[in-house]
Ligand binder design. Structure first.
Ligand SMILES: *Cc1c(COP(=O)(O)O)cnc(C)c1O
Length: 398
């Protein structure tokens, strides 16, 4: 059947890997007049936010909040601990590590890049080689992207920590968990991460615009030894403000804070361990469906091994550049928006499924049903029974 009427009317699903779906509770919390920024409720709410953010990142250390997206937190974190001319090591499993490394170059750092391609996790042999060769400890930080959202590779941060410790290398371990916080297990203190950057619009379910930098005492010691840090990026007054305005070096992002408060309440009501378990269960259903579709030969999961896959985003490739037509079909015909391919050679063939944050079983089945429908409409060969198998996973029978 061609030229059929669009079926896109109704509640849409923005299944891209950020910004993620905003809960109604977050939207409602933001729908209010501007509060007084000198006195009262907003000022009293701030310590509850910083405490609860620490709980989500599993750290007892400091948090600085910025009116910024993830890129802003990249620069903020680097600006506090990396002086011009200092070296950072960047093991890359996709586009986002390159982006952070470019940011480091922009503030005058030397970047030692270890590129593991667009479908593989870090290779610890090569990282060990680079760190061992650095006998003078020129490398001041390792830029570790936990989940690279472009490739959907999930990297093993505890093993990287163990490697640094075994080699006695003093570089700071800086983690980007923008795509993983509130989705995949991430434990800043237990994993020995010195600096963590994240942002609010993925697992934290809040509209883009607020970012967070968590840092421990070792990172603070490096900060204290810096020749200078730009006043706006300086994390010290933000993490230990004497006056309310110092949290943000100016006017607070009032409505984002109300939205974030509601989102953190939801995460704590569910329990962070349950949030991780939900993402894992939903992701397993997504992988199961994709693995069965791939038996038809046209669809490929970018990350072959489940053990290295993100539970928040899944990158896929279709033969003959069919990724773009598939996305176009789901969006215009079904009200389902899928993520574009990013950082891949064959951009039109690639697409990504976002399954992070405020997502549940029926949304995941709807998303998978949308992909199945688009593949049917485009006559894309695919294995049969993907939806039944995904349903069995969700039912605990997979
Ligand atoms: C989304 C994302 C970023 C960039 O965040 P922006 O808010 O778009 O600047 C950086 N790193 C990772 C891993 C991400 O998923």
């Amino acid at each position: 059947m061609t030229n059929q009427v669009s079926l896109a009317q109704g509640r849409e699903y923005l299944a891209i890997p950020g910004p993620s779906v905003m809960p109604d509770a977050v939207l409602r919390a933001m729908h209010r007049p501007s509060p007084n920024i000198y006195d009262g409720e907003l000022i009293e709410m701030m310590p509850t936010l910083t405490d609860d953010l620490r709980r989500v990142a599993r750290t007892r250390h400091n948090v600085a909040i910025y009116i910024a997206n993830g890129h802003g937190t990249w620069e903020a974190a680097l600006s506090n601990v990396i002086a011009p001319g200092e070296t950072v090591l960047a093991p890359a499993s996709g586009r986002f590590t390159h982006g952070w490394a470019e940011m480091a170059e922009g503030i005058g750092a030397q970047v030692e890049m270890l590129d593991f391609g667009t479908a593989s996790p870090w290779g610890f042999d090569r990282i060990a080689e680079a760190l061992s060769a650095d006998t003078e400890h020129r490398i001041k930080a390792v830029l570790a992207v936990h989940v690279d959202t472009s490739s959907s590779v999930r990297n093993d941060i505890p093993t990287l920590r163990a490697l640094l410790d075994d080699l006695g290398h003093p570089a700071l371990l800086m983690a980007d968990c923008i795509a993983s916080l509130g989705c995949d297990r991430f434990e800043m203190d237990a994993w020995g991460v010195d600096v963590t950057v994240t942002a609010c619009q993925k697992g934290l379910m809040t509209p883009a615009g607020v970012g967070f930098v968590f840092f421990n005492d070792k990172a603070q010691a490096k900060r204290a030894a810096m020749p200078r840090v730009s006043q706006y990026w300086d994390w010290q007054p933000r993490a230990n403000p004497e006056m309310f305005y110092q949290y943000f070096n100016g006017t607070a992002p009032t409505h984002h804070l109300y939205g974030l408060r509601a989102a953190l309440d939801m995460i704590h009501a569910e329990g962070i361990e349950n949030v991780w378990a939900r993402h894992e269960h939903l992701a397993t259903a997504v992988w199961t469906a994709c693995e069965i579709w791939s038996e038809g030969g046209a669809l490929h999961l970018n990350v072959a091994d489940r053990a290295h896959r993100s539970r928040a985003v899944t990158a896929l490739r279709l033969t003959d550049g069919l990724g773009t037509p598939l996305r176009s079909y789901t969006e215009t015909q079904l009200g389902l928006t899928l993520g574009i391919g990013l950082g891949m050679a064959d951009t039109d063939g690639c697409f990504r499924l976002g399954h992070m944050g405020h997502v549940n079983g029926q949304m995941i089945m709807g998303m998978l049903g949308g992909v199945e429908t688009a593949m049917a409409a485009l006559n894309i060969p695919r294995g049969k029974g993907a939806l039944e198998a995904a349903a069995a996973v969700l039912a605990g029978q997979g």
